[in-house]
Design a protein. Structure first.
Length: 513
């Protein structure tokens, strides 16, 4: 059998140094093609396999450089919508929007640089492919936490409805990321082992059998139904997609335009059990609109309907981005996970002056408190999430695991016609798959959708159109393993793998990855 070090030394990458930065850049740029709107999910494995190949036979410094190149490709393509938000809606000139976007991409690439460096130094000795996957997941988790986090473009999101989707209710998106990273590394390990030694040894490679075991597990779990429909009548839900242009949404004329449009489009939907308006559909403070709130409450009650709408809400902590339930419903939810720079300024004492110099808009939204109560609508417990909140798997699990329905409202107008809104929709679908619950998604300009408990989009609106969506959703009961345990099992497994690599620093006679 090959030793782990022998496998790496057999790497056939005797290329110019510049190309060894170009290859990981290309590998990173491939990964976003596995997500929406493309959904070519096998490319996630291809990108990781190529990246893992580039990390073979490297020093810690080389690994750091190649990891940065990989991350720059990943976020340069996958988060290109940042430019749209800053230029089109932040009023920054093209040169400044490009500079800020490049700076953001470079900052995000540091996470991948740190991952590759940590893997080369501490997790590549005894079980290199396993160490690669473990360190990848831990760096993803850190990226989703540091400075409130940016848990976008996690590898697992490509597999909401792929043949690997059955693992989502068990392991969550981080567990799927582990599987993708491990499989990509195993593919490279197996390829190198086969090309270096006689082909007759192919069937004796432990990497092959570990890869086969993962595929068998994915197939076996695809048929398991962890949750099931409750004995509850289907819930009739209506959604209004107002498509109010962002440039007028918050001025006096735009506010009135929005209120009129939502009122008009809602007329045929008032017979629904639940009627949903998207994030900041009412771009006013709740406390300053008693007449409007009373009118909407009365209208909802007269139809025995619960109206759920986005609105601003003032408390002692400041102004919140919130959602309220009126009519046949009750409760208020304040957004807790705020968008960096969009709703708050990270490292404000350092960066706020810089934003003023460049005349970039600043927002100061107060984060809601932890432990908020779920909304109640039509006698059901609704777990609400506003825009960015739905991308946090374990945050959604804390509130959504025991809910009857999941709800997310958003204003994806900020992203324009970029990849952003469709990536956002895919992440919402992953939350439904992880928890085995229906997800209702209402947005200002698309895509609004009903997503079933398997993460499949049942019905959706067109983008950039003012239209409505109405349909029946089912209440599910039961608990998935992810709803019960969250990401902790995969995080602890990753820590254990790293610890084992540190303990067994010497090469071993078993290349199981």
């Amino acid at each position: 059998m090959l030793t782990a070090d022998a496998t790496r030394s057999a790497t056939p990458l005797s290329l110019p140094s510049w190309s060894l930065l170009l290859l990981p850049l290309i590998a990173g740029a491939i990964i976003p093609l596995s997500f929406s709107p493309f959904e070519w999910w096998p490319l996630g494995f291809v990108g990781i396999a190529l990246y893992y190949l580039c990390l073979q036979q490297t020093t810690a410094r080389q690994a750091l450089q190649r990891g940065f190149a990989f991350g720059f490709g990943l976020f340069g393509v996958g988060a290109s919508w940042i430019y749209v938000s800053i230029h089109d809606y932040g009023a920054a000139p093209p040169w400044l929007a490009g500079f800020i976007t490049a700076g953001f991409v470079a900052f995000m690439a540091l996470y991948n640089a740190a991952h590759s460096w940590l893997w080369q130094r501490y997790a590549s000795h005894s079980f290199p492919a396993l160490g690669f996957a473990a360190s990848w997941v831990l760096c993803e988790a850190f990226r989703g936490w540091f400075l409130t986090g940016f848990p976008w473009l996690l590898l697992g999101y490509a597999h909401v409805t792929s043949p690997f989707s059955g693992l989502a209710p068990m392991l969550g998106v981080h567990g799927l990321s582990f599987v993708v990273a491990l499989c990509g590394a195993l593919i490279t390990t197996l390829t190198l082992s086969t090309t270096t030694h006689a082909f007759k040894l192919f069937w004796r490679q432990p990497s092959l059998w570990l890869l086969v075991a993962i595929l068998v597990l994915a197939r076996a779990t695809s048929e398991i139904e962890w949750t099931h429909p409750a004995q509850h009548a289907p819930v009739r839900v209506g959604m209004v997609q107002g498509n109010i242009p962002q440039e007028v949404k918050f001025n006096a004329d735009g506010i009135q335009l929005g209120l009129n449009r939502y009122a008009e489009l809602s007329k045929p939907l008032w017979e629904s059990d639940i009627l949903v308006w998207p994030e900041t559909a009412i771009p006013l403070r709740y406390q300053e609109q008693p007449e409007l709130i009373a009118q909407l409450s009365a209208q909802a009650r007269s139809h025995n309907t619960a109206l759920l709408t986005g609105i601003f809400y003032r408390s002692d902590a400041g102004t919140h981005n919130s959602i309220i339930a009126l009519g046949n419903g009750s409760g208020v939810w304040h957004k807790q996970k705020l968008v960096p720079f969009g709703e708050y300024v990270p490292l404000e004492s350092w960066l706020s002056n810089l934003l003023e110099i460049f005349k970039l808009p600043q927002s100061s939204i107060a984060a809601g408190p932890a432990g908020q109560q779920l909304l109640e609508a039509a006698g059901l417990k609704i777990a609400p999430f506003i825009c960015y909140e739905v991308v946090y798997a374990d945050f959604v699990r804390q509130s959504g695991g025991d809910a009857d329905l999941l709800l997310t409202i958003s204003n994806d107008t900020w992203f324009g016609a970029s990849f952003g809104p469709l990536q956002h929709l895919q992440m919402a679908a992953m939350r439904a798959r992880e928890l085995g619950r229906y997800m209702i998604r209402a947005t200002n300009n698309g895509v609004s959708a009903f997503i079933n408990a398997n993460g499949e989009i049942v019905a959706q609106t067109r983008q950039f159109e003012a239209e409505t969506l109405q349909g029946n959703v089912l209440v599910y009961e039961g608990t998935t393993p992810f709803a019960r345990f969250g990401s902790w099992p995969i995080w602890l497994l990753s820590v254990a793998i790293i610890a084992l690599n540190l303990w067994r620093r010497q090469p071993i006679q078993d290349n199981t990855g």
